[in-house]
Design a protein around this ligand. Structure first.
Ligand SMILES: [Zn+2]
Length: 271
């Protein structure tokens, strides 16, 4: 499932491929994949893609016609750039056609992904409540403390909650917690200031490293040119047998998701 680094990688790829280019139409091949804002008021195309912004795991592409795309890849969604129009491909749910004849296939096996086309002013109506943006200056230990202080859920589950921090998923939360030395099972609200500072620092570090590597391709994540990311080669605990120090990794299930952690390295309780 694409997390913040994968979404940022795709957004950067899209910006390189289509910024300043004309979009001629949006086609939908699967009911529910494309959601149209009823207030759009007519065809927003042709329009030029002018600005590319990420919020959590959502990509926002602003058009010069006053409309915007909100693209959410969810579990298996991917955008694949193509130079030639073709018949709809296997699992192709939608398509963005460019004025130059090129196009973007939206391929999504599980069909949870969405492409919303709305008035730019209406974006908040189509987005859920999202928490702290971890690569923003506003992501500080103090801000995180305010979000976590009343939480009794384990820190692992709290960091996955998009209303607390937007953009993290299972892979990166496991990696972040390993680097902080914090056990995934301690209550989120019990973390003290030094531990919170480490969470902030390692979150920024892990996400930045992963973006620099083009994301993590464990299952089916691909960039828009169908290339894989490379951060999977740098994971320390996720789906590993041992940690970098040679200790056996434990796998437990928390809130229905697998947690990988090192019980030797991650002993930090509430310090
Ligand atoms: Zn270890």
């Amino acid at each position: 499932m694409p997390e913040l680094p994968e979404v940022q990688t795709v957004l950067d790829d899209l910006s390189n491929a289509i910024k300043g280019k004309q979009i001629s139409s949006l086609e939908c091949f699967y009911p529910g994949t494309v959601i149209l804002d009823p207030e759009l008021g007519g065809d927003p195309f042709p329009a030029t893609a002018v600005e590319f912004v990420r919020r959590g795991k959502y990509m926002l592409i602003h058009l010069d016609s006053g409309a915007s795309f909100i693209i959410h890849l969810r579990m298996t969604g991917k955008l694949v750039a193509a130079t030639q129009p073709a018949e709809p491909q296997k699992h192709e749910r939608a398509r963005i056609n460019l004025g130059c004849g090129k196009l973007l296939h939206f391929i999504d096996i599980r069909t949870f992904g969405k492409i919303i086309l709305c008035k730019t002013a209406n974006i908040p109506l189509f987005m859920p409540q999202l928490g702290l943006e971890p690569l923003d200056k506003s992501f500080t230990a103090q801000a995180l403390s305010a979000k976590l202080k009343s939480k009794t859920a384990p820190i692992k589950s709290a960091l996955l909650d998009q209303r607390i921090i937007a953009g993290l998923g299972n892979i990166y939360v496991c990696e972040i917690l390993y680097r902080t030395g914090i056990s995934p099972i301690i209550q989120a609200g019990k973390l003290k200031a030094p531990a919170l500072k480490r969470v902030v620092k390692e979150t920024v570090q892990v996400l930045s490293e992963a973006i620099a590597m083009g994301g993590t391709s464990i299952s089916d994540f691909r960039r828009i040119d169908d290339k894989t990311g490379e951060f999977q080669h740098f994971l320390r605990v996720y789906q590993k047998q041992t940690c970098p120090l040679g200790h056996p990794i434990e796998r437990i299930v928390q809130a229905g998701r697998s947690t990988f952690y090192c019980p030797v390295c991650q002993t930090e309780s509430s310090k």
